[in-house]
Ligand binder design. Structure first.
Ligand code: FRU
Length: 496
């Protein structure tokens, strides 16, 4: 229907039909990025007994092409979340001497067992591909890791630990993280656990990701552990937290400074919006880049959003960097640079000063349903700076900074349809800032029904979706006092 198309993003990936949740098995090989995802192809609400891995490919992380589902459920269970690795040395023995095997590691979720109240409904299994991820063969001896008696035991994320010459699997085990090691991806031994007493515990731990990353501007390597959690997010529902530490091939240990940081902040969030879940990173990306993609929704209302024929969108692909500033770690994210290759039209302005209100863009200049807005503000003296997106229906999506009480916010309560779920409706999504800001730099991605805010170079990130009944056609900036825009650049994104 027209409504369906109206909500479908212009340049974020969505399945043509059916349900989508977590990104799975992200990897890069021979010039192609692969995105698999939790998928129920035949209906747009999840069927947890018939979950598939859907599949899409891209040359540049921006323009995606959907392929037929890659891995389907079978009598052992539904195919829940997991990862994929490029097994260059054929440690698994799945290679045929010509083609590099790609090995997917996923969770089997057995609904019959779950319904019968058996605790071991979830176990880990593998499948391999010898044609660059197109077709997959399940290993005959699955599962490769049996359930040890933990109900929530899932979402294996595997990486090659080059120093120790081993595969390491991070696994979500209810309220903590388990690590396993393997030489061949088939036989796994328990290494350690982490996290029972630290970080966010408002819900079950899911979709972990452990990886090494250099502190920006140094040669010092740290390890970051992302752990998704549902519920218990900073603004309700599902969200992603992270830890900074070291990994010695066996144990992940939090960094001393990061430990102090957490004592104050309790949880470090990757994204403080409501709609970025199950964020995990790609395997085998060139130049050691750490690229993540998340599911742009929230378990609080994901299956009720009013798109009907399809449900679920991914976030823009983001590159992660670890910053250590004034004795504080931040895992910052920014949209991948490839997005810039699709700029078709721009509006650029410098040194705008205004009292109380300035119109930044209107639809006759640029199509606000597909833009990246970059804006820097200086001499912040007013209490709030509020961006307002509006349409002819009078619907409003507002977001910005409250500098008196130190937070960023998104208010989608008047942005269009919001009565499909009580949990979707809430006045503010908030991200606390640690201090008064003198300047503020925003990078904002707008794609019809989503808003991704990268504040101060990605130090704080917020992602929210919304369902306006006609496109937003105007963007204004409001404040109580003077507005000093140093730089404004709006780039329209066109992807065909
Ligand atoms: C996270 C999650 C995973 C699970 C999958 C099922 O959103 O609950 O833990 O593997 O979704 O679709």
């Amino acid at each position: 229907t027209a409504e369906e198309q109206m909500y479908r993003p212009n340049f974020h990936f969505t399945p043509k039909k059916g349900w989508m949740n977590d990104p799975n098995g992200l990897f890069y090989l021979n010039g192609t990025y692969h995105l698999f995802f939790q998928h129920t192809p035949f209906q747009s609400v999840p069927d947890f007994s018939k979950m598939h891995w859907g599949h899409a490919v891209s040359k540049d992380l921006i323009k995606w092409e959907e392929l037929t589902p890659a891995i389907a459920y079978d009598e052992k269970g539904a195919i829940f979340s997991g990862s994929a690795v490029v097994d260059k040395d054929n440690t698994s023995g799945f290679g045929d001497g010509t083609n590099v095997p790609v090995v997917a590691i996923f969770t089997y979720h057995n609904m019959q067992k779950e319904k019968a109240g058996e605790i071991d409904a979830q176990s880990q299994a593998i499948a391999y591909s010898l044609d660059n991820g197109k077709t997959w063969t399940k290993y005959s001896n699955n599962p490769v890791l049996k359930n040890p008696g933990i109900k929530d035991f899932r979402d294996p994320k595997v990486f090659w630990d080059a120093k120790r010459k081993q595969w390491v699997m991070g696994l979500a085990a209810q309220d903590r993280q388990h690590f396993y090691g393997s030489k061949n991806l088939k036989d796994w031994v328990f290494l350690s656990e982490f996290g029972k007493d630290v970080g966010g515990h408002g819900g079950v731990w899911e979709c972990p990701d452990l990886f090494p990353i250099k502190i920006e501007g140094t040669e010092e390597e740290k390890w970051v552990l992302i752990v998704n959690i549902n519920p218990g997010g900073p603004n309700g529902g599902s969200a992603a937290q992270y830890f900074v530490g070291d990994f010695d091939g066996k144990t992940f240990k939090m960094d001393a400074l990061f430990t102090q940081q957490l004592q104050k902040e309790k949880v470090a969030w990757l994204d403080l919006g409501r709609d970025n879940y199950a964020s995990v990173s790609f395997d085998n990306v060139p130049d050691n880049k750490r690229i993540i993609i998340g599911w742009m929704s929230n378990w609080d209302y994901a299956s009720q959003v009013p798109t009907n024929q399809w449900r679920g969108t991914t976030t823009i692909a983001r590159e992660l960097k670890l910053i250590k500033n004034q004795e504080h770690y931040s895992l910052i994210s920014a949209p991948v640079h490839q997005l810039e290759n699709y700029t078709s039209k721009s509006v650029k302005k410098k040194e705008i000063t205004a009292n109380e209100k300035v119109t930044l863009a209107e639809n006759n200049e640029i199509d606000l349903t597909k833009v990246v807005v970059e804006l820097s503000l200086k001499d912040l003296e007013s209490e709030t700076y509020t961006f307002v997106l509006s349409n002819k229906e009078g619907e409003l999506l507002t977001f910005g900074i409250n500098n008196a009480e130190h937070y960023l916010f998104i208010d989608r309560s008047k942005s269009g349809k919001n009565n499909f779920s009580d949990k979707f409706y809430q006045p503010l999504t908030k991200a606390i800032l640690d201090k008064n800001q003198k300047e503020a730099v925003f990078k904002i991605i707008l794609d019809k029904t989503s808003l991704e805010i990268f504040f101060n170079n990605g130090e704080k990130v917020m992602t929210d979706i919304f369902f306006n009944s006609s496109p937003f056609t105007q963007l204004d900036l409001l404040s109580e006092e003077k507005i000093n825009v140093q730089n404004l650049e709006i780039n329209q994104i066109n992807i065909n």
